[in-house]
Design a protein. Structure first.
Length: 357
């Protein structure tokens, strides 16, 4: 018997075919990756919007219960309880914690002593606010952190009562953060800003005569990209401001932000002008470059703009290109308010159409 053995060759990819397949896969990944990243950012931005809506509900519920919105912060207090030596610095983010379903954190805060200071105001004795409030103010509140805002690398676990936040109340357009605008016993008058949230001031709905739908309440204050101060992060646990690690003439604030700078401006080093150029009308001075002073402004990690909570509870994405200032006043040369600055005031009769932003 004869048997025939048949042999067959296995066909393999040639080098050229393999390179073509790899190239096709690389092109597909290159096309797909931006779409995936865009989808992830859209999800993060949606979560950020939801965070602001939760804050808006908290503020509305507080107002419903108290008949007024919370003060931006309790710094020195007022009347007989005023203490100009040791500010307390508790912010509205702490005051609305029960409305944010964070009653356990709220109940752990002693509002009679400072949020961080180790001194003791109001004759409390040797109470150390930094120690007494550290447990509460070490707690991270997820609704106060935008998912696009990277967590601090230097402080992976919030320490020393400094809990991270991505949001700040709208101060408006006036400089009320420098020390000479503080406690009256220091020899200077207390300056009230034109925004919704001020230290030691609080407002009812009736004070928002521009209309809740036309007034900024809270905006994003995320970390800066490539921050000159290193791994700096915003905090909801205090309304303090501090100097910069890069040298004198640069300051940072917490709990608040202003609309003097356009959205997503970078840190301006050094800050423009000097002591004599600030105070109440700094936003009107055309010689200052305040539109570029991002360290006191709103910013986000979302491309192209910043999410803002309005007084009616709605959240809008305001683009970086929004008009900040208008044409100078021909009679005195001072700047006039643009759409962005008009939205920040609570009662100046500046009604802005929604299609303007």
């Amino acid at each position: 018997m004869f048997s025939c053995l048949h042999s067959s060759k296995r066909k393999a990819f040639t080098l050229i075919e393999l390179l073509v397949v790899i190239a096709i896969i690389a092109v597909l990944i290159a096309l797909l990756l931006p779409a995936v990243q865009s989808a992830r950012e859209a999800a993060r931005r949606a979560q950020c919007t939801n965070n602001l809506k939760q804050i808006g509900l908290g503020l509305a519920n507080y107002e419903s219960a108290q008949g007024t919105y919370p003060p931006g912060s309790i710094r020195n207090g007022g009347g007989a309880s005023q203490d100009c030596a040791v500010p307390r610095r508790h912010t509205f983010f702490a005051f609305i914690l029960p409305q944010m379903e964070q009653a356990s954190i709220y109940n752990a805060i002693n509002f009679m002593v400072p949020s961080l200071d180790s001194a003791s105001p109001y004759g409390v004795g040797s109470a150390n606010g930094a120690a007494m409030n550290s447990t509460a103010y070490n707690s991270a509140v997820s609704s106060y952190i935008c998912p696009s805002d990277g967590l601090s690398r230097s402080y992976p676990k919030n320490v020393a009562g400094r809990s991270q936040s991505s949001y700040g109340g709208s101060l408006g357009n006036k400089d009320v953060m420098h020390w000479w605008n503080g406690c009256p016993t220091s020899g200077s008058p207390t300056i009230e800003s034109d925004g919704m949230f001020n230290a030691d001031y609080n407002y009812p709905v009736s004070a928002v005569t521009d209309g809740l739908s036309n007034t900024l309440f809270v905006g994003e204050t995320s970390k800066f990209k490539n921050d000159a101060d290193g791994d700096w992060f915003y905090q909801w646990t205090q309304d303090a401001w501090y100097g910069s690690n890069v040298g004198p003439g640069v300051s940072r604030i917490f709990a608040f932000a202003t609309t003097v700078a356009k959205p997503n401006s970078q840190v301006l080093i050094p800050e423009p002008g000097g002591d004599s150029t600030y105070y109440a009308d700094w936003d009107l001075n055309p010689a200052l470059q305040l539109q570029n002073m991002g360290q006191w402004g709103f910013r986000s990690m979302h491309p192209g703009g910043v999410n803002f909570l309005f007084g009616d509870g709605s959240v809008h994405f305001i683009k970086d290109s929004i008009e900040v200032v208008g044409a100078p006043n021909p009679s005195n040369g001072q700047l006039t308010a643009g759409v962005y600055r008009k939205l920040a005031t609570r009662g100046r009769g500046e009604i802005v159409s929604s299609d303007a932003y």
